[in-house]
Design a protein around this ligand. Sequence first.
Ligand code: 13P
Length: 253
Amino acid sequence: MSSSRRPVIAGNWKMHKTIAEAEQFIQGLLPRVTTADSVDVVICPPFTALGAMVDSTRGSRVEVYAQHVNDQPEGAFTGEISIAMLEELDVHGVIIGHSERRGLYAENDVSLAKKVAALIDSSLAPLLCVGETEAERDAGTMEARLREQVTTGLSEVPSDRIAEVTIAYEPIWAIGTGRVATADQAQEACAFIRALIAERDASAAEQIRILYGGSAKPENAAELVGLADCDGLLVGGASLDPASFAEMVVAAG
Ligand code: 13P
């Protein structure tokens, strides 16, 4: 983490927590993170709990992101949610291209690029996820895959707006497996992503925040956030418990 970039600890709840459970979480989290004011704290609840979480975090430092959005303003897209619907709730941002959405719901780099561009034109911040499979890493194609995901994902964003995007490097083999990337692996990938962005714009590369995700937990949070090119964490399982999530926020400060 560079001192010029504020660290972010973001919790991706995936398909967890009813509104009642989310309320219970936030009552447990807020008192634990009041002093960690050098860290940006983000929670990403399911759609149904977004409104309640925006209300419950108002006036606090916690920001609320959705986990997914459609790039079209409206239309016959059953089950989808538009940017305007999220803006109306005062949501702060959206996760784009999580590997579970790429893998289970066939999202691809070209469609994700449209979403990132649509978000840049809105009041919502995009958090774009990238990362290789274990097979790609073993085959030596990790860098090619990251290049494709980052360059295509950002292709419709003007260079002077790239720093408004946050990237999350989430190696798929480390997600939900308990197998965290080593510090060297995480640093190497985050540095590679920053170098890719520098090919577009050197100042954007210096400013953009790049997070690590994949079996991050309180025990490894400080080491990961301490890496030169890692500016925070996108946390799955360990973000579901307020005490463990708060520990990671404090470790990043
Ligand atoms: P875990 O922290 O449960 O491995 O999940 C990571 C993730 O997918 C966050 O988006």
